[in-house]
Design a protein around this ligand. Structure first.
Ligand SMILES: [Zn+2]
Length: 379
């Protein structure tokens, strides 16, 4: 196991402590609580809306079963406990992109909790705890513009995204470097893509990550003051933003300055984080159980059924790709196996390509007419 000191080249006596919160939009046909199509990305503005997702008074939400199915599959893949008794709660705040003045989310009873995700780092395996995975709804999208004639700013609202199912995964602060954070994020996205529950596209905004970063003296267990970093639009941005933050906080501590508890935003063009708001002004969300939805009972039989339906996930598939060349394995290096199994599409393509040229491969029946006779050279 690597010494923690090597994780912080900026100031080795301090150890970075990093936890990620990841929001993933689910690929359901309809939105979380209404029957509007959830394919908002390519739709003209404000064409995927109804009284429910517009937040009009008197409307009632209905839970999307497919979204619940997706989150349970995700929880199972992350070795989580799946709650049989769960509920939705109202998170109250006001912002122009929040149509109802509250977001339906989950507070104290998330559907999935206490799981883990194993990642390969520094030639070893590391287990990262998952605190919870819960279900909520996305908000509308704001477009900020400047009127060229007057120079005045104004904003446009596209409500299409409002109510799209959003799954939030909260990881435990077990990550110790920007590289570990990136590896973990890639591994999580890979699982979602294998399950087919999310596109996992950071560029499109269907996969978004916030990072909590703090430092503490090496050898201590108490957490330092944490800073939340937002607005990263790529895996590279997540890596760079965390690196920047470790460096910034190291330098402050070196100068004997305090770290302010705040939310910071990543500015891609400048490669820096800037303060967005102080945590002292943090909202009190006044959570309470959503009165328009009944508690949600998840039948153990359904959980067992979904467990049976889990596909081969990236981790076992990678192990199989590394197994001795033969009927199942391909004898690949860990590096090659990782590259090929991160994306299910690439892994499938690889297996199909091998099957097409390897007579003894299990997928050979897929190409019977072209399979060369045994004894022929293979690729
Ligand atoms: Zn709607």
């Amino acid at each position: 196991m690597a010494s923690p000191a090597r994780y912080n080249p900026h100031m080795p006596e301090y150890e970075p402590v990093i936890g990620l919160e990841v929001h993933a939009q689910l690929r359901t046909r309809s939105k979380m609580f209404c029957s509007c199509p959830a394919d908002y990305q390519a739709a003209p503005p404000n064409t995927r809306v109804c009284p429910v997702c517009l937040g009009l008074p008197g409307t009632l939400p209905v839970i999307n079963r497919e979204a619940i199915r997706s989150i349970i599959m995700t929880g199972l893949a992350l070795h989580c406990e799946i709650a049989e008794e769960t509920k939705f709660d109202r998170k109250n705040y006001t912002y122009p992109d929040l149509m109802k003045g509250y977001q339906i989310s989950q507070y104290d009873l998330p559907i999935c909790h206490d799981g883990y995700l194993d990642i390969d780092v520094d030639g070893g395996r590391k287990r990262i705890g998952i605190e919870r995975v819960h279900m909520e709804e996305d908000v509308a999208k704001l477009f900020h513009r400047v009127d060229p004639a007057t120079g005045e700013g104004y904003s446009l609202v596209d409500v299409n995204r409002s109510g799209v199912p959003l799954m939030e995964m909260v990881g435990r602060p077990d990550l110790r470097s920007a590289e570990e954070a990136r590896t973990y994020l890639v591994a999580y996205r890979s699982i979602l893509q294998y399950l087919g529950v999310s596109t996992g596209s950071m560029e499109e905004g269907s996969f978004r990550c916030d990072a909590n970063v703090s430092l503490r003296p090496v050898g201590t267990s108490a957490f330092g003051t944490k800073v939340e970093v937002k607005n990263m639009n790529s895996f590279r941005a997540v890596f760079r933003a965390i690196e920047f933050e470790i460096d910034r906080q190291s330098k402050r501590l070196e100068r004997g300055e305090r770290i302010a508890m705040e939310t910071r935003g990543w500015v891609e063009e400048k490669g820096i984080t800037i303060s967005l708001r102080s945590k002292e002004e943090a909202n009190d969300y006044r959570y309470f159980p959503e009165p328009d939805l009944p508690p949600l009972h998840v039948a153990p039989a359904w959980i067992a059924e979904l467990e049976e339906l889990l596909p081969e996930l990236p981790e076992p598939r990678k192990a199989r790709f590394m197994a001795a060349d033969g009927a199942e394995g391909y004898g690949l290096s860990g590096y090659d196996a990782s590259l090929l199994t991160d994306s299910p599409a690439l892994a499938d393509y690889f297996e199909e390509a091998v099957a097409a040229v390897r007579p003894a491969a299990p997928a050979a029946p897929a190409a019977p007419a072209t399979t060369p006779p045994s004894g022929s050279p293979t690729g």
